[in-house]
Design a protein around this ligand. Structure first.
Ligand SMILES: [Fe+2]
Ligand SMILES: [Fe+2]
Length: 137
């Protein structure tokens, strides 16, 4: 099944990580559709809460995996995750207090953040793991 916004270039080659990234993209696509429907479709607040939840689970998975394999930039990567979580929390709270003003900016923000998370942050650890001969596929 094609996932809106997902592209093979986002593939890390690590099965669990790719599945979680795809689930995050899928939730983003649902969020996008809900915003386009102007509140007539799925509940945007609920989708945002779901997005936060699966993102948190994904970060825990990555952190467990990277800790296990002694990734040298572990602390920096965890800090990126914490910053992303704080940003997501802030945007969710701002949405709750002013949904009309924020709905259209959410999708762009989340999509840019997600692309950055995968292409810049995650690909660094993927290179490290591959150089170590570690594969989780
Ligand atoms: Fe990730
Ligand atoms: Fe990450």
């Amino acid at each position: 099944m094609a996932i809106s916004g997902w592209h093979p270039r986002y593939s890390t080659g690590i099965k669990i990580i790719d599945e979680q990234h795809q689930e995050i993209f899928l939730t983003l696509a649902r969020l996008k559709a809900a915003v386009h429907m102007g509140g007539e479709g799925e509940d945007i607040g609920e989708l945002l809460a779901n997005f936060e939840r699966i993102t948190q689970l994904h970060f825990s998975t990555e952190e467990g995996f990277l800790g296990l394999h002694g990734y040298p930039d572990f602390e920096a990567h965890v800090l990126e995750h914490r910053t992303a979580q704080a940003n997501l929390k802030e945007i969710t709270e701002r949405f709750a207090s002013d949904p009309d003003a924020l709905a259209t900016t959410i999708v762009g923000f989340v999509h840019d953040w997600l692309r950055h998370h995968i292409c810049e942050g995650d690909f660094k650890y993927v290179q490290f793991l591959k150089a170590q001969g570690i594969s989780a596929t």
